[in-house]
Write a protein that binds this ligand. Structure first.
Ligand code: PBG
Length: 344
């Protein structure tokens, strides 16, 4: 058959005109990524005299306080505006109540003070949850039946948030998924003069298997014989988009400044739907498992690392995120800062 004999030939609209070279592709690009979109999660460990590699997260390290400050300086120079701190707590400081979270001289408050005096312009987001401090690894305290006790936990999280605000956190970031914690934290901060400390709420956080490498990194993983810690009693069911929206919008009502979806890549639909239901800024957390999978496939030669990581971040931005927490932050910020950089 000859094309010229067909009634719909030649095509009136040739889409390939807009894709025919780097200049036209660049002019028509709809979604852009820049260093200021990215926030770097950092793992702080008191005893890390030199950066400690994390086996399941190639290129990510547990850092001592001094190295964290150096890293913050580098990130700031690259145009990154914020970091999110996660402690690797010494096991001797963990207990069932997670009381280490309330120590004003704890690892995170001291790290915060150092960052604020050395890199004052950098925003610091501090995690609010008890899992780095509890010996059982849950995000809250347990009741007599072994269930995470919502209200007792919220009370502790309010104290923890106050402690972090006093130490200079720009944002507290409750990642625990207790009910009512955003409102309670907002009230606590406002009643103690910390109205300028913001809340980045982990608004739709799913009970995901993609957190595995993070739990190794902070040492909240249990021995493999006990299996993956089950947080389905408070984190969202991956199958429930409506429930996720409902839960996220409660955080908006309670006074969150920014709503976050976590994980990011496997939950782009949640991000897009939430974008249509709120006017608040949205964040997305490209979690440890997403990072590790991209690395693992590239290490085997199955995918191209630079292209895959950029595509993974662009996809999250395209779906509606204003801010992305990603372990790729430094590498990608370096890449974007090179004059020769082209997405093409
Ligand atoms: C819990 C918390 C988790 C992560 C950060 N804080 C999840 C969990 O352990 O259930 C995961 C982040 C990642 O995987 O990169 N407060």
């Amino acid at each position: 058959m000859k094309l010229d004999d067909l009634s719909q030939w030649p095509p009136r609209r040739r889409m390939r005109r807009s894709r025919s070279g780097p200049s036209i592709r660049s002019v028509l690009q709809e979604t852009h990524l820049s260093a200021s979109d990215l926030i770097a999660p950092l793992f702080v460990k008191e005893s890390a005299t030199t950066p400690e590699p994390i086996a399941s997260m190639p290129g990510v390290f547990r850092l001592g306080i001094r190295s964290v400050v150096d890293e913050c300086r580098t990130l700031h120079t690259l145009g990154v505006r914020g970091v999110a701190l996660f402690p690797c707590t010494d096991p001797s400081l963990k207990n069932p109540k997670g009381s280490g979270a309330l120590d004003p001289q704890g690892l995170i408050p001291r790290t915060l003070a150092e960052i604020k005096s050395s890199v004052p312009g950098l925003l610091v987001f501090c995690d609010v949850a008890l899992d780095p401090y509890t010996d059982h690894g849950h995000d809250g305290v347990l009741d007599a039946s072994g269930t995470v006790d919502n209200d007792a936990t919220v009370e502790i999280l309010c104290h923890m948030s106050l402690c972090l605000a006093q130490a200079g956190a720009n944002f507290v970031a409750p990642s625990d998924m207790m009910d009512g914690r955003v409102g309670a934290i907002r009230d606590t901060l406002d009643h103690s003069g910390h109205h300028s400390t913001g809340i980045l709420a982990y608004a739709a956080k799913f009970a995901s298997a993609y957190y595995g490498p993070f739990r190794d990194a902070v040492g909240s993983a249990r021995p493999s014989s006990e299996g993956y810690l089950d947080k389905r009693g408070y984190q969202l069911n991956p199958a429930n988009p409506r429930e996720a929206l409902l839960d996220a919008l409660l955080d908006e009502e309670e006074g969150a400044d920014i709503l976050m979806v976590k994980p990011a890549g496997p939950y782009l639909d949640i991000l897009t739907r939430l974008r249509e239901h709120t006017l608040l800024p949205l964040a997305a957390y490209q979690v440890s498992g997403e990072y590790s999978m991209i690395h693992a496939a590239a290490e085997r030669g199955w995918t191209d690392l630079p292209r895959t990581r950029l595509e993974s971040l662009l996809a999250i931005k395209r779906a509606g995120a204003d801010i992305i927490l990603s372990y790729f932050t430094k590498t990608v910020a370096e890449e974007l800062s090179r004059p020769s950089f082209s997405i093409d």
